[in-house]
Structures are given as structure tokens and as C-alpha cells.
Design a protein around this ligand. Structure first.
Ligand code: GH3
Ligand code: MG
Ligand code: MG
Ligand code: MG
Length: 299
């Protein structure tokens, strides 16, 4: 599959060097190339390669500077960089590793060694990517977890503060879930949480929105650039979607099936406030929805 081949960016000011490396690697990887530092950084941003092979001595911005910038940007920080350079002093290699490179290969290169090192580093990169993506997923339900929510909340809070856009948060809690567990068993409880998560994920699809498991039997839905009215509509849609699932709950005083209560808060974020305020507001409204009889949305 051509589109899943790893992408490698080759950076060298001497075109014949680029050519040699491309020839060694092009059968197994998609190769991009740049002959100066600025173009290399543009391509790193645009293509997000899986690996960068980077020359050091180049006119203008040198390889150390390119690597430093790649590592300084959170969006590109995790892309491995290998220096390939004619500089071979201990200080050169040390400096390369200190600015964040994962490896250092000296010219003239040996094609089989370059190939083998590239393969090994790409393997490590793939494993690291997999672990990173798993670390943001909830093990029980497969949707985003609390860590992912906290990250996204912090980012969206800053972004909406800059653009003066509203940010809405829905907190959702399964009603009488303790008695569900007590009567149907913990495994059935787990299955119920999986079903609720799947329904929520299915109903919140707009790009930029996030559904996550907040903890226990609580879920959150973060809605950037969404006014209060829109967020209330989303929440009502989620409430009725869970009802439509008709998961039997014979021991709920609210209904004969599983229901949820939801609190919905909206703020226009500002830099001098914390996103905790939004979460606290939504939590208090959830509490009101519970006190008001459950199976309802409180804005
Ligand atoms: P309320 O309507 O006020 O929300 O009542 P509740 O019973 O849902 O609230 P409570 O906080 O008393 O109980 C929550 C229960 O959720 C207790 C806990 O054992 C259960 N729970 C939390 N996480 C999990 C989980 O991962 N799996 C299962 N099966 N149960 C869980
Ligand atoms: Mg050079
Ligand atoms: Mg709860
Ligand atoms: Mg509950």
C-alpha cells in the first residue's frame, strides 16, 4: 500500500548526496528532499515525515539549527532525526545528539548500514507512535481517555481565548449505575459503559469535537466554537440516543432502561481564567440535573 509507506525527508545541500540516499531508500520508502534548511523545515511541517536524514554543513541554516527547530515544535518534536555528515569529530557527533538527533552517520556512507539503521529507527518510531496513541485511549471503551481530554481542553482553551470563540463542555453521568452493577454484575456494567461510549462517539462527529471517558461512569464532550444553544442540542441528542439504546435497567427508579444526566456549560475562555472553571460549572449543572430527577439535560 503506497500511502502507508514510511516517509523519509533527505536534506543535503549537495544534490548528488540527496540522489545517492534516495537511490538506496526509494524502493522501501517515500522520499522527499530539500537542499537547504528553510525548505527542510517547510517540508517537515507539511509532510510530517517519519524520519529525517539531515546534513550538517549547509549554506544558511545549518543542520544543527534545523534539528533544534524540529525538536522545539511540539507538532514535530517526535520525528526522529539522523545526522549524515562529513563532520566526524567527537564534538560534532556529541553536539548532534545533544540537539536531539537519534543517531549520527559519517560520510562517506555505507549503503547497507544506512539502510539497516533507517529500518531500525523506523521500527522504533512505529512502536513509539503506537504506544503514544494507546496512551490516549481508554482501555475499557476504546474512546479517548482523561489524559487526551485534559490535553485537548488545555489546547482548545488557549485557542478559543485567542479567537474569542465560545467553548462548551458537556459532562454526562450514567444514572443509578451502582445499582446496575449490584444487580447485573460488574462485567455487565463494563459492557453497559462500552455501549454508552459507542453511542456517544457515534453521535458526536463534527471535526474538532471530542468525546472522552472522564472517569468511572462519567463521560465528557468538548465542543469548541459552540454556543450554549448548540451545546444544549448536542446534549439532548446524546441523552435521547442513550434512551434509544434501551439497555435494560430494571432497578432504576427513573426508567426501565439505562439513562444519563448531563450538565452543559459554555464560556468564552480568557487567558487569565482556567479551564477548571468550565469543568466546575458543568459539574454543578450535572448535579442539578441529578437533583431535578435524572435523565435530563441541565444548561
Ligand atoms: P447517580 O445516578 O447519582 O449517578 O448514581 P450512581 O449509582 O450512578 O452513582 P455512584 O457514584 O454512587 O456510582 C457509580 C458507580 O459506577 C460505582 C462504581 O462501582 C461504578 N463504576 C465506575 N467505574 C466503573 C467501571 O469501569 N466498570 C463498572 N462496571 N462500574 C464502574
Ligand atoms: Mg553539506
Ligand atoms: Mg458518577
Ligand atoms: Mg452515576
Amino acid at each position: 500500500m503506497a500511502d502507508t509507506r514510511p516517509k523519509i525527508l533527505v536534506v543535503d545541500d549537495i544534490p548528488s548526496n540527496v540522489h545517492v540516499l534516495s537511490r538506496i531508500l526509494k524502493d522501501d520508502y517515500d522520499i522527499y528532499f530539500a537542499t537547504d534548511g528553510e525548505k527542510a523545515l517547510d517540508l517537515v511541517q507539511a509532510r510530517l515525515p517519519d524520519l529525517v536524514l539531515l546534513d550538517i554543513m549547509m549554506p544558511g541554516m545549518d543542520g544543527y539549527e534545523v534539528c533544534t527547530r524540529i525538536k522545539a515544535d511540539p507538532a514535530t518534536h517526535d520525528i526522529p532525526v539522523i545526522f549524515i555528515s562529513a563532520k566526524s569529530e567527537v564534538e560534532d557527533e556529541t553536539r548532534g545528539l545533544e540537539v536531539g538527533a537519534i543517531d549520527f552517520i559519517t560520510k562517506p556512507i555505507s549503503p547497507p548500514i544506512v539502510k539497516a539503521r533507517v529500518r531500525n529507527h523506523l521500527l522504533l518510531k512505529r512502536q513509539a507512535d503506537l504506544l503514544r496513541s494507546l496512551s490516549f485511549l481508554d482501555g475499557l471503551t476504546g474512546i479517548a481517555n482523561r489524559r487526551r481530554f485534559d490535553d485537548t481542553m488545555a489546547r482548545e482553551w488557549r485557542r478559543c481565548a485567542r479567537s474569542h470563540q465560545p467553548l462548551s463542555l458537556v459532562i454526562l453521568d450514567v444514572d443509578h449505575f451502582k445499582s446496575y452493577n449490584d444487580h447485573y454484575g460488574h462485567q455487565a456494567g463494563d459492557e453497559c459503559l462500552r455501549m454508552v461510549a459507542a453511542v456517544l462517539a457515534d453521535r458526536v462527529k463534527r471535526t474538532g469535537d471530542l468525546v472522552a471517558r472522564y472517569g468511572g461512569e462519567e463521560f465528557v464532550c468538548l465542543l469548541p466554537e459552540t454556543e450554549s444553544d448548540g451545546a444544549l442540542q448536542v446534549a439532548e441528542r446524546l441523552r435521547s440516543a442513550v434512551v434509544d439504546c434501551a439497555i435494560p435497567h430494571d432497578y432504576s427508579p427513573v426508567a426501565s432502561h439505562v439513562t444519563v444526566s448531563l450538565g452543559v456549560a459554555t464560556m468564552i475562555p480568557s487567558a487569565d481564567q482556567s479551564s477548571d472553571q468550565l469543568a466546575q460549572m458543568a459539574d454543578q449543572l450535572l448535579y442539578q440535573a441529578k437533583r431535578g430527577g435524572r435523565n435530563r439535560v441541565q444548561g
